[in-house]
Design a protein around this ligand. Structure first.
Ligand SMILES: [Zn+2]
Length: 251
């Protein structure tokens, strides 16, 4: 079964008073700890270890909302490109990793120009901690988890106060090239055996903007489809439903 199952866990943060009260300034309007919800969306790897990619054969029109929106002033993200696990014998530079992340955000800005994502440079911060850094990083997650997106939302405003995405460096990642005559929707690379950064990152950033996972088989070619696989590229390009949903989520 090549399945991702998204698990959303709603956790009220109660132990962050000292951290938050110790901060000042910053572009995010962080509420006191009791007013922030933490949502953790875990994407497990396919239980068969990955059977490979399938091309896109449909243009799903469905979308679902998570209930939050980005802050109206935009969001600045930082990339921690250290510790990206690449397939044996392959090389990925930090610049390639950063470019892949930028292009993943750009897919959403193309759908709705009101989404403002500013690249804030690299960071040594790790994703998964409410620290005012919207971090994208690779680290050792629990076995079986492919990627985890963390979103902290102000209860008062319904706005994202911070979002992080962690990719599991137990698994191999790559930035695949698409040959002339193909698009990410029509092409499946046959090597290396790895997850495409842009394919998974574009899905994860869909959660940042406020879109939820889709699970109907009819939505298998949507970026927000909740299942993914190695060598898959089709989530790089938004389906009609992904775009329609994004256009209704203007911050
Ligand atoms: Zn998801």
């Amino acid at each position: 079964m090549k399945r991702w199952v998204a698990v959303s866990v709603l956790v009220t943060l109660v132990a962050l008073l000292s951290l938050l009260f110790g901060c000042s300034g910053g572009s995010n309007n962080v509420q006191k700890a009791g007013d922030i919800d933490e949502i953790v969306i875990v994407h497990p790897v396919p239980t068969d270890g990955g059977r490979g990619c399938s091309v896109s054969t449909s243009d799903p029109e469905n979308y679902r909302f998570t209930g939050w929106r980005l802050p109206s002033g935009g969001i600045t993200y930082r990339v921690n490109p250290n510790k990206v696990k690449v397939p044996s014998g392959y090389l990925l530079t930090s610049d390639q990793v950063i470019r892949a992340i930028k292009e993943s955000f750009a897919a959403w800005t193309e759908a709705n120009s009101a989404f403002v994502f500013n690249y804030g440079g690299t960071t040594s911060a790790q994703a998964g901690k409410l620290d005012r850094i919207n971090a994208i990083s690779w680290r050792n997650l629990q076995a079986g988890a492919l990627a985890i997106t963390y979103v902290w939302v102000s209860r008062a405003t319904g706005r994202v106060v911070e979002a992080d995405t962690a990719f599991n460096n137990r698994y191999a990642w790559y930035d695949f090239s698409v040959p002339d005559g193909y698009t990410p929707d029509t092409y499946c690379p046959d090597r290396p055996l790895a997850y495409d950064i842009r394919n998974i990152a574009t899905h994860e950033f869909g959660h940042w903007v406020g879109l939820d996972d889709l699970y109907d088989a009819a939505d298998k070619d949507a970026t927000m489809y909740g299942y993914g696989d190695v060598q898959e590229l089709k989530k790089r390009t938004l389906a009609t439903g992904d775009k329609t949903g994004a256009q209704q989520l203007t911050p």
